[in-house]
Write a new protein. Structure first.
Length: 233
């Protein structure tokens, strides 16, 4: 027997396939089922997939197919499934049966993009109105935002000029974590955080740069690094 939420979700997916030929996003499923987070949607999808009611089309985002319905529900129309398959087939060819490449995240989240942040001397972190699409699998729980990295002081940590830092919003962090630190209320920088003998030290990951030492009241943690996105041109 399926739970009430599993019934509700599989019906919602079927309805969207009938209407548009494209499965709903995780955000749409979260709202339709009145769930508090997308992690609940992930659990429902996984449960339905394990029991053979739906399947994820390999190497496609937002591509779910209803294989069967609960006994008391209307069977999923083959036309809708065919439309969904046709949509993704036109995008790119299906992988072979022995393709073992991992499936990508099934949803994309738009996170606020708040300007540039220094990985060198502190520069202003600008508040912006733009956003950055991020695979949901890269983000954990909590509120996140993105900053474009400027400078090379964190290259030994694998953070390069032009990267996009994905930051979990928080005002606290442990020693040794990479944080977004607001210095003297004006400038922000991306550095390792260390507290030492009544001071706050912001350490680079580049031997060419010196550590920055401040009084505790001069530094405010605004987030800690959760991930990176990099574009290759």
């Amino acid at each position: 027997m399926l739970t009430a939420k599993q019934h509700e979700l599989i019906r919602f997916i079927q309805e969207r396939l009938e209407e548009t030929g494209i499965s709903p996003s995780f955000e749409e499923m979260k709202e339709a089922l009145d769930l508090k987070s997308k992690s609940g949607v992930h659990r429902l999808i996984s449960a339905l997939e394990e029991r053979g009611f739906i399947r994820r089309l390999p190497n496609r985002a937002r591509a779910l197919e209803v294989i069967k319905q609960p006994e008391d529900a209307t069977p999923a129309p083959r036309a809708a499934a065919a439309v969904a398959n046709d949509v993704v087939s036109r995008a790119t060819s299906m992988p072979s049966a022995n393709d073992t490449s991992p499936e990508p995240a099934n949803d994309v989240i738009e996170v606020p993009l708040h300007g540039r942040i220094a990985a060198g001397a502190p520069i202003e972190a600008l508040e912006g109105q733009s956003s950055l699409p991020v695979p949901a699998a890269l983000l954990g729980p909590g509120e996140h935002y993105a900053l474009e990295v400027s400078g090379d002081s964190m290259i030994e940590a694998g953070i390069f000029d032009g990267d996009f830092a994905l930051v979990k919003r928080t005002d606290s962090a442990r020693d040794g974590e990479i944080v977004v630190a607001l210095v003297r209320g004006e400038e922000a920088t991306l550095k390792y955080l260390h507290r030492d003998s009544g001071t706050v030290r912001l350490d680079p990951a580049n031997a060419s740069y010196d550590a920055q030492v401040y009084q505790p009241g001069e530094v405010q943690v605004q987030g800690k690094l959760a991930g990176l996105l990099r574009r290759y041109h």
